[in-house]
Design a protein around this ligand. Sequence first.
Ligand SMILES: [Ca+2]
Ligand SMILES: [Ca+2]
Length: 208
Amino acid sequence: MCTADDGCPEGFKCMSVATGSYITSMQCAPTNQTCTVPPPPVAGPAIIINEVFASPKTSGGDANGDGTMSAVNDEFVELVNVSGSDVDLSGWKLSDSGMTRFVFPQGTILPAGKALVVFGGGDPAKYGALGGAKVLVASTSHLGLNNTGDSVRLTDLKGNEVNKMSFGAEGGAGVALVRSTDGDPKAPFVAHPGKAHSAGVRQDGSAF
Ligand SMILES: [Ca+2]
Ligand SMILES: [Ca+2]
């Protein structure tokens, strides 16, 4: 029995309940008009893997913008915060199929809507502007992304998988794999259109 919606649990509202053709009482009834509790809305990941560059090559491969193309240092994984809130990545991990490649240091905050790039190596002080994205360097001194196929996995502080992507030989073509729509958790990964990569920025070069 109830008198108003706020007296009912989540997913229920206070409704007139009939017996036969007579309204007999006000009771908490499921809003979806079934006898099962409605499932909570499915929340997507707050942070997504947006772009992966496994095979820097001579043409357009200087992803970190330090003036030198390196098959090791210019590999990168670009993450984007697609939630409406800043996210604390302290203790989160980035792994390939073989091992943990990066543990985010204490105090790593990725602001809402912004990008973060983990590069294989190099000196961040010498990197290019990269749209003002936050930049970090793999703790194993390389990301080790296999050109013939690999996976990239992001896990949170508790070890829960936040996001994952896998690729095959297409990752070895000297072109990054990027979500067909930047920042869309449901968008598939495609070969980066127009150029080899867009480290830290959107496909069209604009900042996140
Ligand atoms: Ca470089
Ligand atoms: Ca990008």
